[in-house]
Write a protein that binds this ligand. Sequence first.
Ligand SMILES: [Fe+2]
Ligand SMILES: [Fe+2]
Ligand SMILES: [Fe+2]
Length: 315
Amino acid sequence: MPDPTAQAHIDDYLSDAHSIEEQALVQMKRAHEIAGDPGLAEAFREHERETEEHERLIRERLAAHDGKPSAVKEAVMRVGGVAFILFAKANPDTPGKLTAHAYSYEHLEIGSYELLARVAQRAGDQETVAVAQRILAQERAMARRLEDHFDAAVEASEHESGSVAKYLADAHALEVQAIALLEGGQKIAGDGELAALMDEHLAETREHERLVTERLQALGEKPSRIKDAALGIGGLNWGGFFAAHPDTPGKLAAFAYAFEHLEIAGYELLKRTATRAGDLETAALAERILQDERGAAQQIAARFDHAAEAALAAR
Ligand SMILES: [Fe+2]
Ligand SMILES: [Fe+2]
Ligand SMILES: [Fe+2]
């Protein structure tokens, strides 16, 4: 039986998906220029075509629901989009950074469509379920293509930003960001499973921050040179984004999922760079932290059902 709450709010999920796709298109159009590797560039070109189709499919679903695409480009989701633009701009335009960012963004899309599919299912809207599933398959495939190009991205980045210390400093900035995200997220998640999970991962994240700092110091980096500014803490206002968004538990799950994959990509790149440089201690540290990040991402994914329920209940 269709759930009227889900029916009433499906347009919000569709408009969020539409904004995410529009933002993805902006990124895809310039990505192939900075990919630095022919295979990676082709992956971006292919996904640019797919993303154009996603935008159209979602726009059609919105029209079918009588939603107005011009009105539904809500300011709040715009903030999310802008945060990603700032994030992209705050990073050097290297193939490594591009790949990590895109990998995270694909998982933002995956998380968002997982939630949309669940809400559409509850609303009895099978057409939207089918569209979400179809797009999901392509987002997952793109994420896998990016995984297949981590090596290529490291090779292509080597001349500009290949130093182990540089990747470690980025990892450190990500962990600092993750601590803020998890601390803020707990309040939004309430007292459910997601909050418990975030609490658990917060403890791991503080440990990661400590380990990465130690490793940087072992490489002779001074704390003052451990520049968190590289990732623009101020530019990326995650806390403000989550606090402002009406659909907080659902968005929180999708964004936390994306963030974990940003960390995963960061450590995959660090591991490869360290291995190539013969720094096996750093490579081992990256591998160790990767297990935690992958575990956290899997646990978030296992709670998409819970997040969808919590999001609808919070209305
Ligand atoms: Fe997409
Ligand atoms: Fe995508
Ligand atoms: Fe993490």
